[in-house]
Design a protein around this ligand. Structure first.
Ligand code: ADP
Ligand code: MG
Length: 377
């Protein structure tokens, strides 16, 4: 027995000479939750297509639980224990949540016998367990049609899990979801990861942060980088290919952004209004053209996704003007929550982080006062 659920060796897939996958090597342990990211066209979907037998490799091989899946049909591979969740939910919209799950828990029956037959006790137990896992107990008897997009995604994940796959492949599960639904999907995948091997293809960096243990970055059909999410986000090659270009802000600008973001992150959470404020202020600071600012906003979002230690960065900011600017923005960021009537107080961790920043910058007291008054206006 091998402890590798998946071993992929020198895999190449050519479409009329174009290599969608190019000599790709990849291994994954049983029980692992792996996230695969990469820019559009990197080969992510093709990668899943080869694993599931939808596309045959030109060269190389895929071993699933040590077994070469070459020339096996998609059905056969699915029966070996690979379940794939496509980007758009594939659930029966006119059946209830429970009926959808009954269908897969009871595969030899068709839609009609699921509707009018009755499920055995053990099947019911499985369905109840699944409903709990996917958090849809309260909506079990609701027609799937009436679920939110995120709930449909969870239902489909539940339907996949019902087939007890050893390896779950999930393609961009949070595209188009609200923040709350995204978090629910993340929690669900983390719960499933306790008993399944899972590959998630994802674009949303915030989500990747929520679930990621180990991240593989694909680029031009090969593995560009593998590591923790922190390593991945700091690797300049990854930043360059992931955004399709080198960062369009310079190293100094990046440092300023990171320091202010650290204020927002200091309570362990980057609130939506904090992120919005940082992105909007910095895009205006870095560019005076509206069009350019809009482009920057999308890009800057990717740089906010971590809480970096700032002492080192702070010591590198020497100009008093830049220090003042950072402090001012930092103060604005920690103040943003105080404008929320439901949460009138600036939170304590952020206040502490801000006071620390004041100390590190060592600006004259009257300057600090002036900046704070200006921000309050
Ligand atoms: P990703 O999912 O990372 O965006 P894909 O795996 O969909 O990337 O595609 C990788 C590359 O292979 C792209 O350049 C795409 O145009 C090309 N490609 C994918 N499928 C086919 C196909 N059936 N025929 C020709 N080219 C394809
Ligand atoms: Mg794709």
């Amino acid at each position: 027995m091998t402890s590798k659920i998946l071993q992929i060796e020198n895999l190449t897939v050519s479409f009329d000479g174009f290599k969608a996958l190019n000599n790709l090597n990849f291994t994954m342990d049983t029980g692992e939750l792996r996230v695969i990211i990469g820019p559009n066209g990197a080969g992510k979907t093709t990668f899943l297509d080869v694993i599931t037998g939808k596309v045959q490799p030109t060269q190389g091989r895929v071993l699933f639980k040590g077994r070469n899946v070459r020339r096996l049909s998609e059905d056969k591979i699915a029966r070996l224990g690979i379940g794939r969740k496509f980007q758009t939910p594939r659930v029966y919209l006119n059946l209830t949540v429970r009926e959808n799950l009954d269908l897969v828990c009871n595969r030899h029956k068709n839609v009609f016998s699921t509707l009018w037959g009755h499920a055995s006790v053990s099947e019911q137990r499985t369905v109840t367990g699944l409903l709990e896992t996917i958090g849809l107990v309260a909506k079990a008897d609701l027609q799937a049609d009436l679920l939110s997009h995120g709930e449909k995604q969870r239902l489909e994940i539940g339907m996949l899990v019902a087939q007890s796959p050893d390896l779950l492949l999930v393609d961009e599960p949070v595209a188009g979801l609200t923040d709350e639904e995204t978090e629910n999907i993340g929690d669900l995948l983390l719960a499933l990861a306790k008993s399944h091997s899972i590959i998630v293809i994802e674009h949303d960096m915030e989500f990747v942060r929520q679930i990621a243990r180990k991240v593989t970055v694909l680029h031009e059909g090969s593995v560009l980088y593998e590591g923790s999410i922190e390593d991945v986000q700091n690797d300049p090659r990854v930043i360059e290919v992931y955004l399709g270009r080198p960062p369009s802000i310079n190293a100094d600008q990046m440092k300023m952004l990171r320091i202010v973001a650290a204020m927002a992150w200091s309570d362990g959470n980057l609130a939506r209004e904090e992120a919005d404020l940082i992105i909007s202020q910095f895009s205006k600071l870095f560019s005076s053209e509206i069009e350019e600012q809009e482009k920057l906003q999308a890009e800057l979002k990717d740089y906010l996704v971590q809480n970096v230690p700032i002492d080192e960065l702070v010591s590198q900011i020497e100009s008093p003007e830049e220090r003042e600017l950072i402090l001012k923005l930092g103060y604005e960021v920690i103040s943003v929550s105080s404008r929320n009537p439901n949460e009138p107080n600036i939170n304590e961790e952020e206040t502490i982080a801000y006071k620390r920043l004041v100390k590190l910058f060592n600006l004259p007291e009257e300057v600090v006062k002036r900046l704070e008054v200006e921000t309050g206006e």
